[in-house]
Design a protein around this ligand. Structure first.
Ligand SMILES: Nc1ncnc2c1ncn2[C@@H]1O[C@H](COP(=O)(O)OP(=O)(O)OP(=O)(O)O)[C@@H](O)[C@H]1O
Length: 423
């Protein structure tokens, strides 16, 4: 979809999807109370992304609530196809880790003024991990909850890899917390307990009336079914790895582009731009994500203004990069006098200091449990085996699961969350 960068067409509304995406090829205009497939009644908005809007609907046939992800018309049905295949393999494999991937309940297309939109029906979730962190003003998850979530993340990635796929966009916004069933609530009770949808009129910047059927008359901010990260308990810490919109099968498709945000993007995307990405690219992002789940801030600095900042930060934390990459890095002399050697005047944020600042200190300050020396050592060994510059030298997801930190500290907590064996 090509979006004009000229002056805005609509007056700004906080906390809603981009209004200029309501155009041919873009979002489908949906209003609360719209009905689809003669069974799904739209009752609220759940969220939105660059490629979709997500709606809470009542499945009137089965008396339950569902999430309907309605893709932009340009996006096609890739995610729907993909998750349907994963769901089918999950049912066949019967493995526990299938519980960590959204179950496809239904799929259909909507034809509308902006084109044909692939729709994916899955169970509704509570909120994303990043929404939970935002709601807690970056107070971290409790340590045992963070351990449980970390183990589940590794299990989900190992499972996706075992089925032959790379997720390709692992970050906190794409991991959801599962929602205990709300099916017994009537729509009125749902609105009482959470909140009812508030509609905001879409107003053209030139004050002309809206005449295009491409644009909805009203938009809605998402319902909050979530909880702040520091209030999540162990039984509530059950995750779903979502958004398979950029997943791929590395044995069937060559992918060199990464859609992962800079903070979690593996370095080979930049330094080996023609080499196809594969499973290790997910392992880098998984390492960054486990760090972000354990800590109150991400592994890389929050303030990355571009790829050179990310590379500088990676070298500061992890030491020298492969020599051929170093030679290829044009901006290397801005902050370094040699590979892994920072300019003298520069204060470097080391790996150990990051651990203190992100993981230990925020909990210590709040009087909460922090990691002991043994756990710290085991965690370092695992994370340093994941955040390795050269993709072929990284641990596999299976090896991550076999690491001491996972076995001793994380997997037992995942077992507590689910109240059953998880591996
Ligand atoms: N099943 C669900 N239940 C509740 N909320 C959901 C569900 N699926 C998605 N969301 C919400 O919608 C947001 C966007 O979803 P998602 O990332 O799948 O959309 P996207 O269009 O593919 O976005 P992106 O821009 O990340 O590619 C999520 O961060 C989450 O807040």
């Amino acid at each position: 979809m090509t979006i004009s960068t000229h002056r805005p067409m609509y007056e700004h509304i906080d906390d809603v999807e981009r209004l200029d995406y309501y155009r041919p090829g873009g979002y489908h205009p949906i209003q609360i109370s719209d009905r689809f497939q003669n069974r799904y009644l739209t009752v609220h908005k759940l969220g939105y992304g660059s490629f979709s809007t997500i709606w809470l609907a009542r499945d009137e046939r089965l008396a339950r609530y569902v999430a309907i992800k309605v893709a932009t018309a340009d996006h096609g049905s890739r995610e729907v196809e993909f998750l349907s295949q994963l769901s089918a393999s999950t049912v066949k494999a019967g493995e526990f880790s299938g519980n960590l991937i959204p179950l496809v309940l239904d799929r259909f297309n909507i034809n509308g003024p902006n084109g044909t939109h692939a729709c994916l029906v899955t169970p509704p979730a509570r909120c994303s991990l990043s929404d939970a962190a935002d709601a807690a003003y970056y107070s971290p998850f409790r340590l045992h909850v963070a351990r449980s979530i970390s183990a589940q993340l590794a299990m989900a990635v190992a499972y996706i890899h075992k089925l032959g796929y790379v997720h390709g966009d692992l970050h906190m916004g794409n991991v959801l917390l599962q929602l205990p069933s709300i099916d017994s609530l009537s729509i009125e009770q749902l609105y009482d307990e959470f909140d009812s949808p508030e509609r905001e009129p879409v107003v053209r910047a030139d004050k002309q009336s809206l005449t295009s059927p491409s644009v909805p008359p009203y938009v809605y901010s998402p319902i909050w079914l979530g909880k702040p990260s520091d209030e999540i308990s162990i039984p509530e810490a059950k995750i779903l790895v979502a958004d398979f919109g950029t997943a791929f099968c590395p044995t069937k498709e060559l992918r060199v582009e990464s859609y992962t945000p800079l903070q979690n993007r593996p370095p080979e995307v930049r330094f080996e731009p023609t080499a196809p990405l594969s499973y290790p690219s997910d392992i880098w992002s998984l390492g960054c994500m486990i760090w972000a789940v354990l800590g109150a801030r991400p592994f890389l600095d929050n303030w990355l203004f571009g790829p050179d900042d990310a590379t500088t930060d990676q070298v500061d934390a992890l030491g020298p990069m492969p020599d051929e990459w170093w030679e290829r890095w044009e901006a290397r002399s801005k902050n370094f006098i040699g590979n892994g050697k920072p300019k003298e005047a520069r204060e470097v944020w080391t790996f150990d200091q990051r651990f203190e600042d992100a993981i230990q200190e925020p909990r210590r300050r709040r009087g909460r449990e922090v990691m002991g020396e043994d756990e710290r050592e085991a965690l370092f060994e695992m994370i340093k085996g994941m955040l390795v510059f050269r993709p072929s030298d990284r641990l596999s997801a299976r090896q991550v699961l076999e690491s001491e930190w996972m076995r001793k500290w994380a997997l037992p907590k995942a077992k507590e969350s689910w109240g059953r064996e998880v591996l």
